[in-house]
Design a protein around this ligand. Structure first.
Ligand code: SOE
Length: 379
């Protein structure tokens, strides 16, 4: 079997940089069984692309993603392009018989996500969606604790994901604020992460009731040619029920002044609780009702011990990990799965499952009622 795989990376901005950095770091720190070789970078702005390629060590770059996908030396296509390009690139990659790694949300709409899943399954190519928050050591530990019953029966999940980069009304209207390009606003951009984490930690969501709001309806166009309409949500909130009987409360916004990347998750069970915040990502807070009454309370676990998931490959205990490491771990999972001949997780199936929950929220808002996820999934 080949010991390395050529990577085409499509997208050169925030996520393009996060992924390129991950391919570079994963080799020295994790020694993956399959080594990524950065072959070609792809983006639209040629000048910025040349700089990106030089910084991260891509020997070539192109502004034509089809050309990048078709290259013989490319075995893995990594999609960090805007949401409206995900489906077309993923389907072309599947048809070319290559592995595909796609940023979240998998697609703009459920139907599009489903078509992507069908394409990769029909072609029999490996597929993964980048829900990077699953790969924080503290999230892995939280999952282990829940699975081994440390919380007892899981009863309540709550998550808020707050940012503030849109609170300034003069922030330009990029593709992220155009429904035809993004699919939705905060719902698809940030709520999708907490939906995925809810599924990862607690299980499937069966029904939802939601609310959306758009506070700034017009923003300056990036090219300075005037104002453009914002037709996506700035904020989203919804209640949910899980298959196992747990309840869920979700809220997200990109307009919570002062909040930068404040993702707070909390799980309450019959015999304990845990919570985590992405702005203090090495720390997991855990409380057990089984502890002696006199000393019972939340324990602050610094998840950097050699025995903790992924942590041992980095620094000595207490030398903190951050945002970028979650992408390195995701890429390690991707490369390990490819080398072992299994499909990596989270797969496009997880992408579709999260998208079905978002779609149910949209229907719920439109029809002002509770909506079963199966209703939109057609289950
Ligand atoms: C913007 O809201 C954004 O970059 C998201 O697109 C990412 O998925 C999230 O992790 C950070 O914020």
């Amino acid at each position: 079997m080949a010991r390395d795989i050529g990577v085409a990376l499509i997208g050169q901005r925030f996520m393009g940089r996060a992924h390129a950095n991950a391919y570079l770091k994963v080799v020295p720190f994790f020694d993956p069984p399959l080594k990524p070789v950065l072959r070609v970078a792809c983006g639209r702005d040629r000048e910025a692309l040349a700089d990106f390629a030089r910084r991260f060590g891509f020997p070539e770059y192109t502004t034509d993603w089809r050309e990048a996908v078709a290259r013989e030396e490319v075995g893995l296509v990594d999609i960090c392009a805007p949401n409206d390009l995900h489906a077309e690139i993923a389907v072309a990659t599947a048809e070319a018989g290559k592995a595909v790694f796609c940023e979240k949300p998998l697609a703009r709409y459920l139907a599009e996500a489903r078509a992507m899943l069908q394409a990769v399954e029909r072609a029999g190519v490996p597929h993964m969606v980048c829900f990077n928050y699953r790969f924080f050591p503290a999230i892995r530990l939280a999952r282990e604790l829940i699975r081994e019953g440390a919380l007892g029966e899981v009863r309540q999940f709550r998550a808020i994901y707050l940012q503030d980069w849109l609170v300034d009304p003069s922030f330009p209207r990029t593709w992220r604020m155009v429904r035809a390009r993004a699919g939705s606003g905060a719902l698809g951009d940030t709520a999708v992460h907490i939906v995925d984490l809810a599924r990862f930690l607690v299980g499937e969501i069966t029904e939802v009731v939601g609310m959306l709001a758009t506070f700034v309806r017009e923003r300056p166009l990036p090219d300075g040619s005037g104002m453009g309409e914002v037709d996506v949500d700035d904020a989203a909130a919804f209640l949910a029920r899980f298959e196992n009987g747990a309840t869920g409360v979700f809220e997200t916004t990109r307009m919570a002044a002062g909040r930068k990347n404040f993702m707070h998750l909390e799980v309450n069970g019959a015999e304990g609780s845990l919570f985590w915040n992405a702005e203090d990502p090495n720390v997991l807070w855990f409380h057990s009702e089984r502890d002696p009454a006199a000393t019972r309370g939340f324990r602050r676990i610094v998840v950097t011990e050699p025995g903790h998931p992924y942590a041992g490959n980095w620094w000595p205990p207490g030398h903190m990990l951050g945002y970028e490491h979650s992408f390195v771990h995701a890429v390690y999972e991707l490369l390990s799965a490819l080398a072992e001949g299994r499909n990596p997780e989270p797969s496009f199936r997880d992408g579709v499952a999260a998208q079905a929950v978002l779609e149910a929220v949209l229907v719920s808002v439109e029809e002002r009622r509770w909506v079963a996820v199966d209703e939109v999934r057609g289950g």
